[in-house]
Write a protein that binds this ligand. Structure first.
Ligand code: HEC
Ligand code: HEC
Length: 377
């Protein structure tokens, strides 16, 4: 029979060895080419949320490091990810257009057009689901979509991996970030997602007023607009474009039908969320977008049908487009005075915050990103 001391030591070893073994297994699978959870090799860093935003949600299998973020940033701006080397993520989500684009619907490889407007990547880290219809559960999954989408980057996921694997610069960057130069599409997507989690905008005049308690940060008109925005008896915007106690995403992360794209008979040309859930109440419903940084990302709505914020507001004033599935919270706001409407616009204009300095194109690609500018604009 062992003595007490030996037993204690044995127990202690057992307790200690479990996490070590678990850690070893994770590391071992990172080296393997068969997949499994692959973790970055560097030190995890904390992405600092600006004033007015909650802590950035981070998936357990993709903790951000300086190297994965830098790699993701390069991939994001690199048009080599598209089949003919003309389109990068930034072609449709460009920094100069608040990480959206200026086209009604996006234009991809070979000037092919999609059916929806490019939503902003700003603060997409907080989206419970990605895409207008919520069909991707995470930024990691989302990122794979456009690379293989025939009207976007028109590549195949294998094609992207081959392209990246053939570039010695990327081999070194992947080795540094992920400890392997066996590149796969998950590592590409994870890197891009980590970069996207740094594309954050808060600390706007509204945030400094509301959360920073700087009474002078908002003009009197914008302060009145805020009250109209939140008042259920006035504009009632906040019921969907949420403002929290300690932070504001300006979205409830839910799906609603405003009748965007409905014709005069109430026929919808895009079923929206219904395509994913097949539930009647999701017919023609789209994800509530954030209202932050509207200034440079016109046009608006899932079909890009409104050239200005004022046009979007006019849609609400009119009570949306009638159809069988119009959201119950949408009703005519024609009782708002013209001054009240102006105040609302002033408030929306106070939601523009500065982006971090290092979210633009990386220096060695600075000249490369081609925007999809059409002539005559
Ligand atoms: C040709 C234009 C185009 C390209 C290229 C493109 N996107 Fe998009 N992106 C869109 C459009 C359009 C949507 C909305 C599609 C939908 O909802 O059906 C979208 C949706 C998204 C969303 C979801 C945002 C939200 O609020 O739901 C993210 C994030 C995103 N793209 C990131 C990327 C990344 C990363 C890349 C590069 C790998 C990329 N996009 C390439 C046009 C593009
Ligand atoms: C019932 C929920 C709901 C209410 C109430 C609501 N919105 Fe929206 N808002 C949405 C949804 C959903 C969209 C996207 C709809 C689409 O594209 O089909 C949207 C889109 C927008 C957009 C375009 C943003 C972009 O990125 O394209 C603006 C601007 C906007 N809303 C402002 C307002 C204002 C101002 C009010 C109050 C007068 C308001 N909203 C009330 C749900 C709502």
């Amino acid at each position: 029979m062992k003595n007490r001391g030996e037993l204690y030591l044995f127990g202690l070893l057992l307790v200690l060895s479990v996490p070590i073994a678990a850690n070893f297994r994770l590391r071992a699978s990172a080296q393997s080419s068969v997949g499994g959870p692959v973790l970055p090799v560097g030190k995890t860093i904390q992405i600092k949320a600006p004033l007015g935003l909650p802590p950035v949600p981070i998936p357990a299998d993709n903790p951000p490091t300086e190297d994965t973020i830098a790699l993701g940033r390069r991939l994001y701006y690199d048009s080599q990810l598209s089949v003919d080397g003309t389109i990068s993520c930034a072609s449709c989500h460009a920094p100069q257009f608040a990480f959206s684009d200026e086209h009604q619907v996006s234009i991809g490889v070979g000037k092919k057009t999609g059916t929806r407007h490019s939503p902003t990547v700003i603060n997409s880290a907080y989206n419970a689901l990605q895409f207008w219809d919520g069909r991707a559960p995470s930024l990691e999954e989302q990122a794979k979509g456009p690379m293989a989408n025939p009207v976007e980057m028109a590549h195949s996921l294998d094609g992207v991996v081959k392209r990246v694997q053939a570039d010695p610069k990327y081999l070194a960057l992947f080795k540094k970030a992920w400890g392997t130069d066996q590149i796969n599409i998950d590592l590409v997507a994870k890197s891009i997602a980590s970069f996207e989690r740094t594309v954050l905008a808060g600390d706007s005049p509204f945030d400094r007023f509301y959360y920073g308690h700087d009474k002078k940060a908002l003009s009197p008109a914008a302060q009145r607009g805020l009250k109209i925005f939140t008042n259920p008896k006035k504009a009632n915007c906040e019921v969907c474009h949420t403002i929290g106690k300690t932070s504001a995403l300006f979205t409830d992360n839910k799906f609603h039908n405003l009748g965007i794209g409905a014709d005069t008979r109430g026929n919808l040309n895009d079923v929206g969320r219904f395509s994913q859930t097949k539930r009647d109440e999701d017919m023609g419903a789209f994800k509530t977008p954030t209202l932050r940084n509207l200034a440079h990302r016109a046009p608006f709505m899932h079909d890009g049908s409104f050239p200005t914020v004022k046009d979007a507001l006019a849609h609400y004033i009119g009570g949306g487009n009638m159809n069988d599935h119009l959201d119950k919270q949408i009703h005519a706001l024609d009782f708002l005075t013209f001054d009240e409407r102006d105040d609302l616009l002033q408030f929306l204009d106070s939601l523009n915050g500065k982006l971090p300095d290092n979210v633009g194109p990386p220096p060695d690609l600075a000249a490369a990103p081609k925007t999809t500018k059409t002539s005559g604009k």
